[in-house]
Design a protein around this ligand. Structure first.
Ligand SMILES: Nc1ncnc2c1ncn2[C@@H]1O[C@H](COP(=O)(O)OP(=O)(O)OP(=O)(O)O)[C@@H](O)[C@H]1O
Ligand SMILES: CC(C)(CO)[C@@H](O)C(=O)NCCC(=O)O
Ligand SMILES: [K+]
Length: 249
């Protein structure tokens, strides 16, 4: 079995692949290293042979998690590393090591699946967009605050915006102008994300006409997926790229 991890800023997405049987053994989302270990310990029959991970955390945090996994499960942990070129994709950053590794892996996965020009949109703690042309050239991208950051900034910097998670979820069943604080904020932020998607689509069309594939991924993909009905919603796009960047023998 292979343990795969995508360590984002707020959550660790994990899954265990059953190499022999082929397919998924288990998967989950946790908010700490300890919660990851606890989750994995709940599975009888877990027998990890190896582990590959991508992290956008500090190297200290990533090293700490690596140590815990190696000690607890006795596996070797392989971490995705930055590259200027891989699997036909050329990193477009002036300083390729600065490009977030989650973005890089989603780009490798997207270009592989599209086999052509693609726009990759990731809705996590941060929202990112990346443009890759048909030759695999990364034209660059955009980073902006995601839903959790937008909502928390409003909560933190105002005195009268306060509401619970349940009310937030209920508010997002419509995009009509809000008639309560929770509706006004949740729908307003959601419309910001949807507007962002439309702008990225315009830019992609200006480059490639209709000849490109749109990928949507990240925990909040569901908030925007219907804006682009033709988009491919691929929740595990980072994992597709992770397998390409870190093949295990
Ligand atoms: N099962 C889930 N577990 C955790 N978050 C979820 C889940 N489903 C949707 N979300 C939402 O997804 C968002 C987090 O996205 P995601 O997990 O892709 O990124 P992240 O790890 O927080 O950050 P990063 O952008 O660094 O990857 C939050 O707004 C969260 O509410
Ligand atoms: C933008 C995030 C936070 C998205 O997870 C991550 O890819 C990251 O930390 N990137 C480093 C900065 C950059 O990509 O330019
Ligand atoms: K991410």
């Amino acid at each position: 079995m292979i343990l795969e991890l995508d360590c984002g800023n707020s959550f660790i997405k994990w899954r265990v692949l059953n190499t022999a049987a082929g397919g998924l053994f288990a998967e989950g989302v946790v908010d700490s290293d300890q919660a990851l270990v606890d989750s994995l310990h709940t599975f009888d029959g877990l027998s990890l042979r190896s582990c590959r991970l991508v992290s956008v955390r500090t190297s200290e945090e990533t090293a700490a998690l690596t140590r815990i996994l190696e000690r607890t499960f006795g596996v070797l942990v392989v971490c995705a590393k930055p590259a200027s070129e891989m699997s036909g994709v050329r990193n477009g950053y002036d300083d390729y090591e600065r490009l977030g590794l989650d973005r890089w892996l989603a780009m490798l996965g997207g270009f592989h699946l599209a086999a052509g020009a693609c726009l990759i949109l990731d809705f996590g703690t941060a929202v990112t967009a990346d443009f890759i042309d048909a030759e695999g050239e990364h034209l660059g991208g955009f980073i902006c605050p995601g839903m959790p950051l937008m909502r928390n900034q409003l909560r933190t910097h105002t005195r009268n915006i306060r509401y619970g998670d349940l009310a937030a979820e209920r508010a997002l069943t419509s995009h009509a102008p809000g008639r309560s604080t929770v509706e006004a904020v949740e729908r307003g932020c959601s419309l910001m994300l949807r507007g962002f998607v439309l702008t990225q689509m315009e830019l992609a069309r200006s480059y490639w006409g209709e000849g490109f594939t749109v990928f949507i991924t990240g925990g909040d993909a569901g908030l925007v997926a219907d804006v682009v009905p033709d988009a491919r919603v691929v929740p595990d796009l980072v994992f597709v790229g992770l397998a390409m960047a870190c093949p295990l023998s």
